[in-house]
Structure formats: structure tokens, C-alpha cells
Design a protein around this ligand. Structure first.
Ligand code: PEP
Ligand code: MG
Length: 910
């Protein structure tokens, strides 16, 4: 029987493929993303320092066994190490030609900086001396040695890193230098000794001199770091399963800090913030990789590398191209130049903003690297949502600039606009945001993995150090947080909790704004606006999505402006115009109240006639904007008491007025007050009459239309007069009249009869034939269950899933979302808020029954959805599956719905 492999050399990818059955996703599961990509790079001929991967299975074995390596794992590590020795011609622990290795974590999904890494393993007093001999560079060797003790001390033994950093700061101060690079060999040698003392005093043991023991302990530490707090927090935030485990990659060290012919850097194959083609990144001459990522030293732009390392830069560009062609994805690479030779240390799919993701997907499809379908599927609806995040309004930006409130500028690494109170620690960011509901901007010199919870809680992130690939930039991009980094003008004093920016002193709790698009930092708050979606790449992507989707995407809009936005965003019709919304406007509400209060039919008709003028104009505006596209106008729905003042307030006002009579001096004033009281009394009486225990289940919807037939007749007249008028202007008007809250087919029959008569009357008066349809909302369970009977009178259905969810669950939609429903979702009693995501098993089933029964009577019955769920990607998937004709959602969600509908269709196809 062949022995189980816990360890694979980088060049043993074939064996791993055989083991998992050749699937790339499973290779990543076994090797972790980093290990899988290292092996893949070797296979395609990219220069990678030799090494091997200890699998995630070994990690899980270790963790399940309570901290014991699986049988044979360690023997396999030692065997693989021998292979590396042969390849490099160096020897682990050898005094004359020592091999040094790094030991890095690498899980299936990228978790930047969340787990541990130890570099320079293999150094001890003897090998360090040997390396000095070999390289003639004692400064480099002791810098590397102290790094090993520092990393090993903090990662493996849990010594606080500050203990070591304090020693370095003191040494810099004593030597009168600003940067670590200015410290000499003697300084680092002295610090190496001091670090050993710190190590001993914290752990009661000496720093291990045996390289094999170092590797053993480092491997264990990496395994254990899978269950560290920050790794768990990150996985929770990024939705990564907790049982995947991490692999360990042991790799020959190459050094970017052996002099000025060495460098280290990180580069994206395209720009991560806006998706532009070309390398984007940072590098540092004479430095180690961690220096770049940690943002501790001010990095140089990667393009500058073409001057200092022309050969290596050219090769890097070629490798970038090769990797993109290989992975069909934008890559985020880590590299080191050692004595002029380029080595690739890592490649992975690059993190990017939503804007960049869209541009890269479209560009790659245009370049033939991926298909249009691939471009559409790799963008998530959430990314489109980020795309539409608010930006600062141009006028507000202009004003702030002219007022001198723009105080600094940094790198615009993650777009979007954010304003909030300045906080200097992650914990405070979290508590102000979560406990006090405050909007905060987290400000740090640089961020570390321990800060992620604060970044998640903050509106935006601002740092004084770090580049485009710093931790702050990567994490902010991933979670769609606006971020500005590397603002050198910021002098942050974490002890005093304040920062100086030029003349300005900003304290914790002051309000600032950051613009992730321009990199500007402002004092105070700025106005925000929703951007137009004129981005050419987004337009292309969504037009490709349209080619794949079969569901229509319509919008819920009441006013011409909303309809225009919806149309600009790609809506193919108005699925719901809530026609009562206009009655709440200032000049109309008194008329509507007059109509409600009228005792005489003639008074009521007068009020309705006046309202008609307004409604006609409302609908005409909508029809003009939607020229050539269908517009569904839903007739009045809410209970009438909503149009009257609140009953309790009326009572209080009346008792107050009555009290005032006593203090009123003149008879005429008393008379006037009595008159006012009489009017209020009438309103109160009316409001009392209209009061219901359960108004949402009361006199509303079609019931109202039957009860006050002249009201809905007026609305239908307004619709048809407007349609005739706009048709005369040359537009194509396709009105659809929708009756709400129908429970019984007879309700619809009665309403339709009376309303269609009115419609025909108007068309005769106007001598114009309008192509129209009568239909109904299906928003009560009875309507869904008797959809065949209802379809006799309805030419279309539109599912009102807000009411349908309310009445199916028996949960009040107005109260539950701030009440017990939150607790239900929190406790897992309900998997999701059913008012946000369609309840497939209950509400979804009713919908499916309705469609089936309705289409049995009318095979071409158009069935849409206009409840809030119409803009929710998961619900859209369900709607596609049910065979709905279209979804209708808020104008802002139209682009999201277009993409989600394409995803649903593509999923279906595959
Ligand atoms: C619905 O019930 O889903 C609906 C769209 O109507 P409203 O929200 O106006 O009740
Ligand atoms: Mg409704």
C-alpha cells in the first residue's frame, strides 16, 4: 500500500492532481491557494524558489488530534527538505553553505495577513557566521537573524512584537538615524543578542539553535494560527468555512535585502482600484517582503522599477502577462530580486474594487482571455451594488475645496465617499459604530490584520503610511470600504489621540470626510449623491447580461424623474406606479381629504374632479418618459385613514382648543375658535369611523374601489385622458391598469366592468384607441390559490410579495422587521428575513401555484413581481425558476437585477 502523502514538493503537482481527481478547486483545497499557485507557476516555467507544501489535510489532522502531526508527516517534511537541498546545492544547518527557508501559511481562500509566517528559518549562531563568510555582508546576515528571532518569538512563542520593535527604535535613536537601512552590521549584531535575551526572559528557554527544531515549531505555529482569533473573525466576515485548514509552504529564502542590487515588491497585473491595464504596485530596494506589505517604509511605484532594474522589470511584465493568460484572471504577485535575479514568491487572484472588477472582466472578454459569459458570471450583484454607492456631490466637493477644507491627499485605493467621526483604534471604531450607532472613519498609521473588525465597522479607512497594496488597501477593497492610504501629511499621535495635518489639529471624535475616488481628505461632512452609471465598462457588461437573461427587468416608479432614472438604468417598463402617492403631496392632500369628508355626492365629485387634473398630469409625465414601454398603474390601495390626521393627535388638539375657549377674551374670537372646533370635530368623527383594528386587512385595495367607485373611476379617467394626450404628442403609450388586494374573482369582475366602461368612454370622447390591459396584483393567499378563477378577468398578474409575505406568514410587515423577526433571524429560527428574500417554501409555493393555475386559463398570462423581493438576487433566481415574465424593483436596483437575472439564466442553462 502506498503511503499517504502529507507533503508535496512544488514540482509534484501531477501527483496531487491524481490524488484529488484533477480538479483545480480541490488542488487549492489541498495545497491552499498559495501552494497550488506556486506549484502551477513552476509547471509553466516561472522562476520560483524551490520548496514544498504540507497539505491542509495534515493541518486538519494535527488540529483534530489535539496538536500531534499525523503519522509520517514529519518524516516526509525532512525528505522533501533533502530534495530542496539537492536543488539549491545548499544544506539546512550547514555552516559553510546554509539553506534558509520560509514557513508560510496558505489557505484555500486568501486571508491576507490573517495567519502566520516565519522567515529565515535555518539561521543560528553557526550558520549566521557561515553566511557572513559566504556573503561578506554581516549587516545583511544579522538583520536576517534578528528578524528570525523576532518573528519566531512573536509568532511561535507569543512574545509581543513591540518588545522587539522598542529595541529597534531605541537603536535608531541612539545612532541618530531615521531608517532601519541606515543601521550597521554592529547595530544588528547587538540587537540580535538583545532579541535573544528578550526571547529567554519571556519564554524561559533559549532561542532554538537547531534548524530542524525551528522548522518543526514554526510548522506547528502555522497550523495553530488557523484557529487564532483574527483568522476566525476574518473567516466569519468573509464567509469562509472554518473546517478548511491551512497548508504550510516551506520555501527557499531569497533575499531582497542583500544590497542595492536587490529589491522586493508586490504588483497587480492590472490596477486594483480602477481596473486600468498595466502593472500596479509598490517595491522597495534593499528590503524584505514584509516591509512592503506592512506599509512601514514608504514604497516606490512599481513603474520606477523599470529604471532601477530594467531587466528584472521586463521579465516581471512578461511573467504578469503569462500568468494572466494562464489563470484568465488579474493576478496579485509577490516577487524578490536577489542580486539582479527575479524570483516569484506568490501569485493569487488580485483583490479589486467593484469598478475595477467590472472593467477587468469586460477588458479580458474583449482581449479574448475569457468569454462574455465568463465576464458576466464573475461579477456578483453585490459588486454592482457597490458600484452605485454614493459619491460626494460635485458642488459639495467644489465648495469644500474653495473653503480650504481639503487638508490632505493620499492614494485613492478604494472608491466611494465616507464621512464620520475620527477614531484611532479598531476597538473604538467597532464600539462607536455598533453600540452607539455612530458613523466613523478609522484612522491609523497603517492597518494590521488585528484591525479588520474596526475596518468592517467603519464607513471608511484612512492611513498615513502604506501603498496601493498595503493591508489597508486590500482589505478595504475586498469589503467595499472607501479608503485613502499613504497620506504623508498626517502626523498621527496615537497616545494623545489626535493628528496634525498642516495647520489643522484633528482630534478623535472630530468629523472628517474621505474621497476614495480622488484620495482627498476633508474636514467636516460633505453632501453625497448617487452616481450616474455612465461607466462604459458597466454598460457593456450589463448589455451582455441582457443577452443571457430571459427574465424582464422593470422598475417600481411613481414620478417621471424616477422613471427616467429607471429607464437610464435599463428598466424595460414600469411594473408598479403606486398611484396614491401623489395624493399625499401638499396641494393634493386637502382635496383628497375634502373627497373623504364630503357628505354630499356632488361635493365628492367636485373634489374628485379637481384631483383628476393633477392625476392626469402625473400619468402624462410618466407616459412621456416611458414612451414605447409598458406602464402599470396600480389603483389606490391604502386605507383612507392614512390620508387624515392621526386620530390620537386630533383628540389632543381638540381638547387643547376647548381649554383655550376659557382664556379667549372676545366674543368674535370665541366664535372663530368654535368654528375651528366644529371643523376638527367633523374630521375626528370621520377618522373615528374609518379607524380599524387591522387596517392592513381592512378597507383598502379593491375593496376601496368597490366602496367608492367614483374614486377609481377618476383614476382610470386620468390614465386614459393622459394616454390619449401623450399619444397625440406622438408617443407610444402602453398603460396597464392594476387592481390591488383582490381575494375573490368576483371583486375583480365587478371593478373591471365598471372601470373598463369608463376607459371606453374616455377613448370615445377622445376618439383615440389605446392599447391597454387590465390585471391584478396577487398579494393574498386566496388569490394565488384561486388564480384560475381570477385569470378569467385578469390579463396580467403582478405578485405583491410584500403583502403576500405578510398574509402568508401572518406577520405585520410594518412592525416585524424592527421586532421579533430580527430575533428569529439571529437565532436561526428563520434562515432569512422573508420580507427581504422570498420564502421559497411558503410564499414561493403560492406563487408557483398561482402561475400554473393562471396560465392554465390564459397560456400567455404575463406574471411579474413588484414586491421588494424583485430586487433581491436570491429571490430573482427563484422568480426565474418559477417562469415569471419579469421582476420589478426600485430604479437603483435595476442594474443589479439585470445581472442577477443573467446569472439565474446561465445557472439554469448549465
Ligand atoms: C406588495 O404588497 O408587494 C406591493 C408591491 O404593494 P405595496 O407594497 O404597495 O402594498
Ligand atoms: Mg401590496
Amino acid at each position: 500500500m502506498t503511503e499517504k502523502m502529507w507533503v508535496y514538493k512544488f514540482e509534484e503537482l501531477d501527483a496531487a492532481e491524481r490524488y484529488v481527481g484533477g480538479k483545480w478547486d480541490d488542488i487549492r483545497g489541498l495545497f491552499g491557494g498559495k501552494g497550488a499557485n506556486l506549484a502551477e507557476m513552476i509547471r509553466i516555467g516561472v522562476p520560483v524558489p524551490p520548496g514544498f507544501t504540507v497539505t491542509t489535510e495534515a493541518c486538519n489532522g494535527y488540529l483534530h488530534a489535539g496538536g500531534v502531526f499525523p503519522g509520517q508527516m514529519w518524516e516526509q517534511v525532512l525528505e522533501a527538505l533533502k530534495g530542496v537541498e539537492q536543488k539549491t546545492g545548499k544544506k539546512f544547518g550547514d555552516a559553510t553553505c546554509p539553506l534558509l527557508v520560509s514557513c508560510r501559511s496558505g489557505a484555500k481562500f486568501s486571508m491576507p495577513g490573517m495567519m502566520d509566517t516565519v522567515l529565515n528559518i535555518g539561521l543560528n549562531d553557526t550558520t549566521a557566521a557561515g553566511m557572513v563568510e559566504l556573503t561578506g555582508d554581516a549587516r545583511f546576515v544579522y538583520d536576517a537573524y534578528r528578524r528570525l528571532i523576532q518573528m519566531f518569538g512573536s509568532v511561535v512563542m507569543g512574545i509581543p512584537d513591540e518588545k522587539f520593535e522598542e529595541v529597534i527604535s531605541a537603536a535608531r535613536l541612539k545612532a541618530g538615524v531615521e531608517h532601519d537601512t541606515q543601521l550597521s552590521a554592529e547595530h544588528w549584531l547587538e540587537m540580535t543578542q538583545k532579541f535573544k535575551t528578550i526571547f529567554r526572559s519571556h519564554t524561559q528557554v533559549d532561542f532554538p539553535q537547531d534548524p530542524v527544531e525551528q522548522l518543526h515549531m514554526a510548522t506547528e505555529a502555522v497550523f495553530k494560527s488557523w484557529n487564532g482569533k483574527r483568522a476566525i473573525d476574518y473567516r466569519n466576515a468573509a464567509n469562509i468555512a472554518h473546517d478548511l485548514g491551512t497548508a504550510v509552504n516551506v520555501q527557499t529564502m531569497v533575499f531582497g535585502n542583500m544590497g542595492d542590487d536587490c529589491a522586493t515588491g508586490v504588483a497587480m497585473t492590472r490596477h486594483g482600484s480602477n481596473g486600468e491595464p498595466g502593472l500596479e504596485g509598490d517595491f522597495l530596494i534593499n528590503a524584505q517582503g514584509e516591509d512592503v506589505v506592512a506599509g512601514i517604509r514608504m514604497t516606490e511605484d512599481i513603474l520606477e522599477m523599470s529604471k532601477s532594474f530594467p531587466e528584472a522589470f521586463k521579465e516581471l511584465e512578461q511573467i504578469a502577462d503569462k500568468l494572466e493568460k494562464h489563470y484568465h484572471e488579474m493576478q496579485d504577485m509577490e516577487f524578490t530580486v536577489e542580486k539582479g535575479k527575479l524570483w516569484m514568491l506568490q501569485t493569487r487572484d488580485g483583490k479589486r474594487t467593484a469598478q475595477a472588477a467590472v472593467r477587468i472582466a469586460v477588458d479580458m472578454a474583449n482581449e479574448g482571455l475569457i468569454t462574455k459569459q465568463g465576464a458576466v458570471t464573475r461579477i456578483s450583484p453585490e459588486q454592482i451594488d457597490f458600484f452605485l454607492h454614493p459619491q460626494f456631490a460635485p458642488q459639495s466637493l467644489e465648495l469644500a475645496r474653495s473653503e480650504g477644507r481639503m487638508v490632505a491627499r493620499g492614494l485613492n485605493v478604494s472608491p466611494g465617499a465616507a464621512s464620520g467621526f475620527v477614531v484611532f483604534t479598531a476597538d473604538l471604531a467597532e464600539s462607536w459604530s455598533k453600540e452607539d450607532g455612530k458613523k466613523v472613519i478609522m484612522v491609523r498609521p497603517e492597518t494590521k490584520p488585528d484591525d479588520v473588525h474596526g475596518m468592517l465597522a467603519a464607513e471608511g479607512v484612512l492611513t498615513s503610511r502604506g501603498g496601493r497594496t498595503s493591508h489597508a488597501a486590500l482589505v478595504a477593497r475586498q469589503f467595499g470600504k472607501p479608503a485613502v492610504v499613504g497620506v504623508q501629511e498626517l502626523e498621527i499621535d496615537l497616545i494623545r489621540r489626535e493628528m496634525q495635518v498642516g495647520e489643522e489639529l484633528i482630534r478623535e471624535g472630530d468629523v472628517i470626510s474621505i474621497d476614495g475616488n480622488t484620495g482627498e481628505v476633508f474636514l467636516g461632512e460633505l453632501l453625497k449623491m448617487i452616481p450616474d452609471i455612465k461607466d462604459p465598462w458597466l454598460i457593456d457588461l450589463l448589455s451582455w447580461a441582457d443577452e443571457f437573461r430571459t427574465l424582464g427587468v422593470w422598475a417600481n416608479a411613481d414620478y417621471p424623474d424616477d422613471a427616467a432614472r429607471a429607464r437610464e438604468y435599463g428598466a424595460q417598463g414600469i411594473g408598479l406606479c403606486r398611484s396614491e402617492h401623489m395624493f399625499f403631496e401638499t396641494e393634493r392632500l386637502p382635496l383628497f381629504q375634502k373627497m373623504i369628508m364630503a357628505d354630499l355626492a356632488v361635493d365628492q365629485r367636485d373634489a374628485l374632479n379637481e384631483l383628476l387634473q393633477f392625476q392626469r398630469e402625473d400619468f402624462a409625465g410618466l407616459f412621456r418618459v416611458m414612451d414605447g414601454l409598458p406602464v402599470i398603474v396600480r389603483l389606490i390601495d391604502p386605507p383612507l385613514h392614512e390620508f387624515l390626521p392621526d386620530f390620537v393627535e386630533l383628540m389632543l388638539e381638540l381638547s387643547d382648543m376647548k381649554l383655550r375657549i376659557r382664556d379667549t377674551a372676545t366674543l368674535s374670537q370665541i366664535d372663530e375658535l368654535l368654528g375651528q372646533i366644529r371643523v376638527k370635530e367633523r374630521i375626528r368623527e370621520r377618522a373615528e369611523k374609518l379607524r380599524e383594528q387591522n387596517p392592513m386587512l381592512g378597507m383598502r385595495g379593491v375593496r376601496l374601489g368597490i366602496h367608492i367607485p367614483d374614486l377609481t373611476k377618476m383614476q382610470v379617467r386620468a390614465i386614459f385622458e393622459a394616454a390619449c394626450q401623450v399619444t397625440r404628442e406622438g408617443c407610444t403609450v402602453l398603460p396597464k391598469i392594476m387592481i390591488p388586494l383582490v381575494a375573490h374573482a368576483n371583486e375583480l369582475r365587478v371593478q373591471r366592468d365598471s372601470l373598463e366602461k369608463e376607459a371606453r368612454l374616455v377613448m370615445e370622447e377622445q376618439q383615440i384607441e389605446i392599447e391597454y390591459k387590465f390585471g391584478t396584483m396577487i398579494e393574498l393567499p386566496r388569490a394565488a390559490l384561486t388564480a384560475d378563477q381570477i385569470a378569467e378577468y385578469a390579463e396580467f398578474f403582478s405578485y405583491g410579495t410584500n403583502d403576500l409575505t405578510q398574509t402568508t406568514y401572518g406577520i405585520s410587515r410594518d412592525d416585524a422587521e424592527s421586532g421579533f423577526l430580527v430575533e428569529y433571524v439571529h437565532k436561526g429560527i428563520l434562515p432569512e428575513n422573508p420580507f427581504a428574500t422570498l420564502d421559497a417554501d411558503g410564499v414561493g409555493q403560492l406563487m408557483a401555484i398561482g402561475i400554473k393555475k393562471g396560465r392554465k386559463v390564459r397560456p400567455d398570462l404575463e406574471c411579474g413581481i413588484c414586491g421588494e423581493h424583485g430586487g433581491d438576487p436570491q429571490s430573482i433566481d427563484l422568480c426565474h425558476g418559477m417562469g415569471l415574465s419579469y421582476v420589478s424593483c426600485s430604479p437603483f436596483r435595476v442594474p443589479i437585477a439585470r445581472l442577477a437575472a443573467a446569472h439565474a439564466a446561465l445557472k439554469d442553462k448549465s
